[in-house]
Design a protein around this ligand. Structure first.
Ligand SMILES: *[C@@H]1O[C@H](CO)[C@@H](O)[C@H](O)[C@H]1NC(C)=O
Length: 357
């Protein structure tokens, strides 16, 4: 900590010196994203959007069409007319012009990077070409791990044009980074923690129609709009995805519980154990997200950790059905109006576990 403070102070002095000398200045090193929150400056964390029946801000991202987040489908939300958190209107991109291989010489998208991103918070890159410390110019290396930041795409090599990465799923009608911090892929991780719904005697409850056992997953309440969501979050630079999955789950689900330290240690132990189990990788790849641009996009790894026996995290003191809490067990069911890709993730989990959908 002392070390960090000193370092910050040191950079601060150089910044001050350069500012006094009237030179533009940027620290180009990779920072660590602050703890997740749905703050107004970063409000559209669609990676953790699910549900629901309410009419809140999240609703604009729910859809009755359960789009598969696969490479086979054209991105749709990445072309939503209004860019989230702004007054920016995307240049409309017709379906047949999404693919970069389709010639479109007149294509003139809007350049937009959110002011919050331009302020250079620790989780964001600098503008490409900006002057950095020691008078170098910011030009990240793409398709590789560059200074601790993983810039590889989950779906293989993406193109780079004029020093800027190109969205592997095609045109979006916006250039720049919008609300996203990184040029190129912005990696997230979605831990889907499940258990069986059981009766007082511990027997699995079967769904009245499908006659299949019902799964429940841990959902958290979004701080920005009160919607229930999978407790996902962004992968920190240099962090293993497996760690992100556990960290996000612990931060979001555990920290909101009011339990005594001894109890907390016990829960922590169980979470550790569950996340050390292999888990079922539900999805790894591009996410069709309203924040995506031509040069920055969301990618995620969704992994299901399932407490089969019911004696691990199933006993987490979460109140099922209690909307007042910050975290709860939710029945997995297709009738829920889920955020499209999350709905698809949960459907795959039910297939894998032979559960009700
Ligand atoms: C796009 O906007 C950013 C700041 O919002 C600016 O730094 C950059 O030069 C612009 N790029 C182009 C190609 O106009």
């Amino acid at each position: 900590m002392v070390h960090l403070l000193l370092r910050r102070n040191w950079i601060g002095r150089i910044r001050l010196a350069l500012t006094l000398a009237g030179l533009p200045f940027t620290v180009c090193s990779s920072g660590v994203r602050p703890a997740i929150s749905c703050t107004p400056s970063y409000p559209f964390r669609a990676t953790k959007t699910i549900t629901s029946t309410s009419t809140s801000c999240c609703k604009r991202y729910t859809t009755s069409v359960r789009t598969m987040p696969s490479s086979a489908t054209l991105h749709v939300k990445s072309r939503c007319p209004q860019y989230p958190g702004s007054k920016i209107k995307r240049l409309p991109v017709p379906d047949d012009k999404v693919d970069w291989s389709q010639k479109w010489p007149q294509y003139n998208p809007v350049n937009h990077t959110d002011p919050a991103v331009l302020k250079k918070p620790v989780w964001a890159d600098a503008e490409i070409g900006d002057f950095c410390l020691f008078f170098s110019v910011f030009s990240p290396k793409f398709n590789t791990v560059d200074a601790g930041v993983d810039r590889t795409g989950f779906e293989g090599t993406y193109k780079v044009e004029n020093g800027k990465p190109l969205n592997p799923h095609g045109r979006t009608g916006v250039t720049g980074r919008g609300l996203l911090g990184r040029w190129g892929p912005n990696h997230a991780a979605d831990p889907i923690v499940t258990r069986w719904k059981v009766d007082a005697k511990g027997a699995k409850i079967l769904h009245s129609v499908s006659k299949r056992p019902i799964l429940q997953f841990v959902a958290i309440k979004r701080k920005d709009c009160g919607e229930w969501a999978i407790p996902g979050g962004m992968v920190d630079p240099g962090e293993q995805v497996s760690l992100t999955l556990q960290r996000e789950f612990s931060e979001e689900a555990l920290n909101s519980l009011s339990v005594v330290p001894a109890e907390r240690a016990k829960i922590h132990e169980r979470i550790n154990k569950l996340f050390k189990s292999p888990g079922f990788q539900v999805y790894k790849g591009y996410v069709d997200d309203p924040r995506n641009t031509d040069n920055a996009w969301m990618e995620t790894v969704a992994v299901n950790f399932h407490d089969e026996s019911g004696n691990s995290v199933s006993e987490l003191p979460l109140q099922a059905g209690d909307d007042a809490g910050q975290v709860k067990w939710v029945d997995v069911d297709s009738s829920f109006a889920l955020y499209a890709s999350h709905s698809h993730f949960l459907e795959l989990v039910t297939k894998e576990r032979k559960a009700h959908w």
